[in-house]
Design a protein around this ligand. Structure first.
Ligand SMILES: [Fe+2]
Length: 306
């Protein structure tokens, strides 16, 4: 069984989002398969694996074969209320007894932040590399996940904008993204845990060398800029980056596994009926270094035509 990858939508998006065949993620991967997945991620930034009936242990083993995992410290559930291990981010609407959360449950309201465009764990000093999301149970309708190609978004900026943003540093926090939705009900401990962290606005992909816009709804300030001006620019860039021609909308089937590179994409979940079960489980590879360590070459901005 050899692993092959073709574009999900060759006519409209030949270089973004690939469909993988010939890979059973419940089984140990050969070195060739690991290399093919990394090469596919470098090319497509999003990979879709269909019909992967896996349990948590298999998802963790598959993920670890691609790199070290980060821990689910971005979740809001208290340790005693967690449904899943710390190796897995719980992207469901279920409590630890598998009951659907009440509409006004604090954990659900916090989780609605996933409906804003973001890059996973950009609020951590060392953010996420790949996210690997397994659809265990899905609602009858809605709940798509949309992905935006932040390499293409960067490339499509005009040179004046590229020059202006080349070395900007943003501050990211879950407090910023939730405040957009009017969720400000944080404990002192949570405010401390999610104090803003610094991330580059333009980062270089370590294996492809491509530059991308590193945006997220978690970004609420730019160092050295007045806050309203920073937020206006971040909103403007986000609108630019999420034009429909740069977006792939994934319509989930049960047992889909979708993997994306958080260094090169943003994503958001779409609405669904909150009374239906949606059980998605995410393992996450750590990027191991900060985006601050993935700066474009200093001469790059100078080379841009004035
Ligand atoms: Fe996410």
């Amino acid at each position: 069984m050899s692993l092959t990858i073709v574009p999900v939508d060759p006519a409209n998006r030949p270089f973004f989002a690939g469909l993988v065949s010939g890979c059973d993620v419940s089984q140990p991967l050969s070195p060739d398969a690991v290399a093919a997945i990394h090469a596919g991620m470098d090319r497509f930034a999003v990979l879709v694996f269909r019909d992967q009936r896996i349990d948590d242990a298999q998802q963790i083993a598959f993920s670890r074969s691609l790199g070290p995992l980060e821990q689910a410290t971005g979740d809001i559930a208290a340790p005693e209320d967690r449904r899943l291990s710390m190796d897995i981010n719980d992207i469901s609407n279920l409590d630890k007894d598998e009951r659907v959360l009440a509409r006004d449950d604090r954990r659900r309201l916090f989780g609605l932040g996933n409906q804003l465009w973001h890059s996973d764990s950009s609020f951590k000093p060392v953010p996420a590399k790949y996210s690997i999301l397994s659809a265990r149970r899905i609602p009858a309708g809605g709940g798509n996940t949309e992905f935006a190609d932040m390499r293409a978004a960067y490339d499509a900026l005009d040179d004046d904008m590229k020059r202006e943003i080349h070395d900007l540093i943003c501050l990211h926090s879950q407090l910023f993204s939730r405040a957009i939705l009017g969720f400000t009900d944080f404990t002192e401990a949570e405010r401390e845990k999610w104090a803003p962290v610094r991330q580059r606005l333009v980062r270089r992909h370590p294996s492809t060398g491509r530059l991308s816009l590193y945006l997220a709804s978690h970004a609420g300030a730019i160092e050295g800029w007045p806050v309203p001006e920073a937020r206006a620019l971040l909103r403007d860039l986000t609108e630019h980056a999420t034009q429909r021609q740069l977006v792939y909308a994934h319509v989930w089937r049960q047992h889909d596994l979708v993997m994306w590179d958080n260094r090169a994409t943003m994503h958001r979940a779409r609405r669904y009926d909150h009374a239906e079960v949606r059980d998605m489980r995410r393992t996450t590879l750590t990027n191991e270094v900060s985006s601050l360590d993935e700066a474009p070459h200093p001469l790059e901005a100078i080379r841009l035509p004035a």
